[in-house]
Design a protein around this ligand. Structure first.
Ligand code: AMP
Length: 217
């Protein structure tokens, strides 16, 4: 199958959402963020949203059955070609199901980019993170690069910025713990099959995005 399929993986707050948007734009890929899809489902009060909300607010993973259905629907609707997946897979089971879905279409993941970053930097970044509930743009009060031009307002669409419920410090620590326990085996799996590329997440978004693009093209 033509097209390119990438995964971006990293701890919460490693910058994967911001980087995925840039890489998607530069390479003409669809950006598929399972976190964004879930937040949309929650705000539209769909059945998936109702099921997912309490897990998300607690910093826990949403059960695999829900996530797999969500992703399958998205790929069936928008096609199996040319995407960058952000936030999925987060468990080994999700990775196996994704591989099975892709092999049915006689395709596979081209590269998996792991964003490497110190956990203490992550906590600092996540407590300063603000998001736009209207267009999903991401800001950070702790960074010159990502501070909004007008306090509390989205530069892109003018909506009021909010702090995600799961960006409170206690929930952040829990999400990092979940990442270490449940997502680390996914990283090892991709390393073992030879598609993992580790990139340094500490040098600023421009540098990290350039590094990903260099490897991807
Ligand atoms: P994110 O925006 O990627 O940090 O995702 C926010 C939250 O959505 C996570 O903390 C989980 O509760 C949930 N979530 C997103 N993607 C997945 C996934 N692939 N598996 C399970 N839960 C997920």
């Amino acid at each position: 199958m033509a097209g390119r399929r990438f995964i971006i993986i990293g701890a919460p707050g490693s910058g994967k959402g911001t980087l995925a948007v840039r890489v998607a734009r530069a390479l003409g890929l669809r950006h598929l963020s399972t976190g964004d899809l879930l937040r949309e489902s929650v705000s539209q009060e769909t059945e998936i949203g109702r099921k997912a909300e309490s897990y998300m607010n607690q910093g826990a993973l949403v059960p695999d059955e829900i996530m797999v259905d969500l992703l399958r629907d998205e790929l069936e609707t928008h096609g199996f070609e040319s995407w960058i997946l952000d936030g999925f897979p987060r468990t080994l089971h999700q990775a196996e199901i994704l591989e099975a879905m892709l092999s049915e279409k006689e395709t596979s993941v081209d590269r998996v980019f792991l964003i490497d970053l110190d956990p203490e930097i992550i906590v600092e970044r996540l407590t300063g993170r603000r998001v736009c509930p209207a267009c999903n743009a991401i800001y950070n009060l702790a960074s010159d690069e990502f501070r909004p031009q007008v306090d509390g307002t989205c530069d892109t669409c003018g909506a009021g910025l909010i702090k995600r419920k799961d960006d409170e410090e206690e929930t952040i620590r829990r999400r990092l713990d979940v990442y270490d326990k449940q997502t680390a085996p996914v990283i090892e799996h991709y390393r073992a099959i030879g598609v993992l590329e580790t990139v340094d997440g500490a040098g600023g978004a421009d540098r990290t995005a350039a590094e990903i693009l260099r490897i991807a093209t």
